[in-house]
Each structure stands twice: as structure tokens, then as C-alpha cells.
Design a protein around this ligand. Structure first.
Ligand code: COA
Length: 262
């Protein structure tokens, strides 16, 4: 059997990656480009996009950057249509745009809760819906970036945990609705990924040390860990995988409950 990650694994494919200018999604974009995929990235801020777009082009693929807030369906529709026109379709969608902060529910406003739900959950819906007509044309793959937050009662994360639980539900529903159209819909739930905005925002020195102690593999994740999982799910190697959310956290969440006697 040939190795799975061939250099041309995603050759002739076009990927649209929301939040693709920075962090985990930048890593996915660069890995896809290294495997021959043309890539479009979106963000609310052009300054988050331009350096990554240039890095993508330097890998020899076509790359475009579009400013769009995933909360605004009209802006999303316009960006998706422009990407499909410029790159000749869309085969892969990564819903990576997300927002988060730590705040106990007691101190969180309705707008604060709703803002994160609007970005993470409604944003995933908005972009998926806009991309559907293009994904249908050749068949495709959607990957929703989720989180392990909803698996346990993660304090200070009522907003994000609820939003990501909704994302996982959307993954399962769309997998059933869009599977017959030749579109697989899966998710990835990353653990703490070193060097990302998420880890900067959500972990303190103490919680970082705790994650290192608790993780069965004894380390935080890397951007490449998530990029490799994305390559798998987006490629033909996962052609019978549909409706799952793949946890990529070294087994950390399994150890996150308190151990009796400790
Ligand atoms: N604690 C409590 N509430 C907060 C908050 C915090 N740290 N940050 C924002 N909010 C509340 C605001 O008070 C506001 O509610 P209010 O109107 O009742 O006061 C609401 O959330 C919206 O805030 P605003 O700053 O207007 O939203 P925004 O759309 O400009 O920004 C965020 C969205 C809040 C998610 C912002 O953190 C962001 O842009 N994040 C993007 C990057 C990111 O989070 N990456 C990490 C991914 S893991």
C-alpha cells in the first residue's frame, strides 16, 4: 500500500479555511498547500491573512485571502462565491473561525454568551450553507474545528462549551443530510495546542502545568498534530469516515476528571 501522506494527496483540490490566517488553521492551510491543495483563507482582519497567503503562495499553490465575519451571512456568501470563482470551485471546507475567553456564567452577559455562539456555531452553519452549492459539484469534505470543553463541566466555558456541543451536533446532522450528496462532514476536537491564541487566552501557568501532568502523552499538542488529522479527514484515506469528531488531545480529556483519592 502506498504511504497515505503523498506530496500530491490533495492535488487539484481547493480548500476554504475560515480563521486560516493564524494558529491551528494557518497550520492546516500550510499543510494542505504542501500536499498540493489550492487554499483560500478568511478572517475578520486582513492583517491576519496577508502573511499566511504569501506563505501559501511560496509553496507553489494558488492562494487567496478574503475578509469576512462568519457571523454575517451576506459577507460569507460574497466571500465564498468569490473564492469559488477565483479558484474554480471548493472541495474542502474547514470551519475554524472561533472566539473565546474565560468567564464564569455568573459574570457573563447574554451578549457575551451569544457572541461566542454566533461565531462558533452559527458561523459554522453560515459558512457550511454558503459552501454547499460548491461542495456538491465534485463531492467534498467539511471539517468543523470543535473542542473537548463540552465533554466535562468545564468551568468558565459555558459559552464556548455550549457552542462546540452545538457544532458537534451540526457535524452529525450534516453528515447525514449531505452524505448522499458525496460530502463527508467530520470534526476535530483539539486539546491545548502550544503557541496558539487559544492556549494564550485560556491557560495559565498552573493549568498548563496541570495539562502536562495529566496528559497521558505528557505534552501539549502541536499545530502539526491538528494539520495531520485534517489531512487524514480531508483526504480519500478517510473516504468512509463521516459524522465523527476526532479528538486530538493525547488523551488529556480522559484524565481531566479528578482521580479518587488524590
Ligand atoms: N469576559 C466576559 N465577557 C466578555 C469578554 C471577557 N473576556 N470579552 C468579551 N466579552 C463580552 C463583551 O462584554 C460583550 O458583551 P456586552 O455587550 O454584554 O458587554 C460581548 O462579549 C461581545 O464582546 P465584543 O468585544 O463586542 O465582541 P467582538 O465581536 O468584538 O469579539 C470575542 C469577539 C469576544 C470572542 C473576542 O474575544 C474575539 O474577537 N476573539 C477572537 C479571537 C479568539 O478568541 N481566539 C481564540 C479562539 S480559542
Amino acid at each position: 500500500m502506498s504511504p497515505v501522506f503523498q506530496p500530491d494527496l490533495l492535488k487539484d483540490k481547493v480548500a476554504l479555511i475560515t480563521g486560516g490566517g493564524t494558529g491551528i488553521c494557518r497550520g492546516i492551510a500550510l499543510a494542505f498547500a504542501a500536499h498540493g491543495c489550492d487554499v483560500a483563507i478568511t478572517s475578520r482582519k486582513i492583517e491576519h491573512l496577508e502573511p499566511t497567503r504569501d506563505e501559501l503562495k511560496a509553496r507553489g499553490v494558488r492562494a487567496v485571502a478574503k475578509v469576512a465575519d462568519v457571523r454575517e451571512p451576506a459577507a460569507v456568501n460574497e466571500a465564498v462565491a468569490a473564492v469559488a470563482a477565483e479558484l474554480g470551485g471548493i472541495d474542502i471546507l474547514i470551519n475554524g473561525a472561533a472566539g473565546n475567553f474565560i468567564c464564569l456564567a455568573e459574570n457573563l452577559s447574554s451578549n457575551g454568551f451569544g457572541t461566542v455562539v454566533d461565531i462558533d456555531l452559527k458561523g459554522t452553519f453560515n459558512v457550511s450553507k454558503a459552501a454547499l452549492p460548491h461542495l456538491k459539484v465534485r463531492g467534498g469534505s467539511v471539517i468543523n474545528i470543535s473542542a473537548t470543553l463540552p465533554y466535562l463541566g468545564t468551568m468558565g466555558q459555558s459559552h464556548a462549551a455550549a457552542a462546540k456541543a452545538g457544532v458537534d451536533s451540526l457535524t452529525r446532522t450534516l453528515a447525514c443530510e449531505w452524505g448522499p450528496l458525496g460530502i463527508r462532514v467530520n470534526g476535530i476536537a483539539p486539546g491545548p495546542i502550544d503557541g496558539t491564541e487559544g492556549v494564550k487566552r485560556l491557560t495559565s501557568g498552573k493549568s498548563r502545568a496541570s495539562a502536562l501532568t495529566q496528559c497521558p502523552l505528557g505534552r501539549l499538542g502541536t499545530v502539526d498534530d491538528i494539520a495531520n488529522a485534517s489531512l487524514y479527514l480531508a483526504s480519500e484515506a478517510a473516504s468512509y469516515v463521516n459524522g465523527v469528531t476526532l479528538v486530538v488531545d493525547g488523551g488529556l480529556w480522559l484524565r481531566s476528571a479528578r482521580i479518587l483519592g488524590e
